[in-house]
Design a protein. Structure first.
Length: 349
């Protein structure tokens, strides 16, 4: 999302940073201590501090699961969770998740699962080989849109399902595979900002985010529009990149997941401080209105230090309170004993 739409009177220093023409022009450097302290950068709004406090402390979560896996034993990498409003008589149908796992063929497969408690998941189906980094959104009228990063020719793929039955059955009404336009090497990690039907999927506007592999060297942010499920247009988001680069990020700026929190637009986004170092992945909260990013100081029970592939959803918790459901991948290079792999947790507020 281009935050210039929301903050046309940004201060001069930020306008200059936004206008940086080279989204990758930064020498890789060690992770600075200040990168772990929200108070080390621009002051965060009270609502942003409240959001950070909900996300940061896994030890205070109402429920958590390290090494999260579905009932078949497959790890739920990069899980995106949403409310399951169309579950009907399915006793487990309170939440849906899409995620990817490595199967016996050695490839990633995107899968769908259902849960009643946000921690124990029953696998419903998969969507074929070569897919990873999925996301899902409910669409007005009862449909579902699923997007993921697809191989071969690493690109963004979208599948529209007319209803929950079609989703569980794996029978999309429409399919679209985006041709790469910003990188000759890779574009992926999609998120869904908005879906507008005018009045149906064949006359629709879908707003998405993603990354492109800038100069086939480092991931940088993109925003794309899919019109009438047939016309794709993508553009770089240098302002988004700049918000992370100012923290000394020298590697990839990858997956992001948007969130509306008390009427304001945010995203959780991953950034790799040192190129090639999986132990340097960190999670940030990005403010769309200000164009600023604030480090999230994630605290786990064992003291893990690296966090990637963030997802977050505002929903109703199993106990009926409103809550945030958070999903993070903990790389082995920064994971405490027993904490590596996929972490799922939720916290009411």
């Amino acid at each position: 999302m281009d935050f210039r739409r929301y903050w046309p009177t940004a201060p001069a220093w930020l306008r200059r940073r936004r206008a940086t023409p080279d989204p990758g022009a930064l020498t890789p450097q060690p992770v600075p201590d200040c990168a772990f302290d929200p108070r080390g950068g621009p002051a965060a709004e009270p609502r942003t501090l409240a959001l950070l406090s909900l996300i940061e402390d896994v030890t205070a979560a109402d429920g958590h699961r390290y090494g999260a896996a579905d009932d078949s034993g497959c790890e739920m990498h990069c899980a995106k969770i949403i409310a399951d409003d169309g579950g009907g008589t399915d006793k487990d149908a309170r939440y849906l998740a899409v995620y990817h796992s490595t199967l016996r063929d050695g490839q990633f497969h995107v899968a769908l699962a259902v849960s009643r408690d946000l921690l124990d998941w029953r696998r419903l189906r998969e969507f074929g080989p070569g897919g990873s980094q999925p996301t899902i959104a409910a669409v007005p009228g009862g449909g579902y849109l699923v997007a993921w990063e697809q191989e071969p020719r690493n690109h963004i793929a979208l599948r529209y399902f007319a209803d929950r039955t079609a989703l569980v059955g794996g029978t999309p009404l429409r399919s679209f595979d985006a041709r790469r336009s910003l990188s000759r090497c890779a574009e992926g990690t999609p998120n869904i900002y908005a879906v507008r039907l005018n009045p149906d999927i064949d006359r629709s506007v879908i707003e998405l985010g993603g990354h492109y592999w800038w100069r086939c060297d480092r991931d940088r942010q993109l925003r794309a529009t899919l019109t009438d499920f047939s016309r794709w247009r993508a553009a770089p988001q240098p302002g988004f990149d700049a918000a992370l680069l100012r923290w000394g990020v020298g590697g990839n700026i990858g997956g992001r997941d948007p969130l509306e929190f008390f009427g304001h637009s945010y995203a959780l986004v991953e950034a790799q401080h040192v190129k090639g170092d999986f132990g340097s992945w960190r999670t940030y909260v990005y403010e769309y209105e200000s164009g600023l990013a604030h480090p999230a100081r994630i605290r786990t029970h064992g003291g893990s230090s690296a966090f990637a592939n963030p997802h977050v959803t505002a929903l109703t918790a199993p106990d009926g309170r409103r809550a945030l459901a958070v999903s993070l991948f903990l790389p082995g290079e920064g994971a405490a004993p027993g904490e590596g792999g996929q972490l799922l947790y939720y916290r009411g507020y």
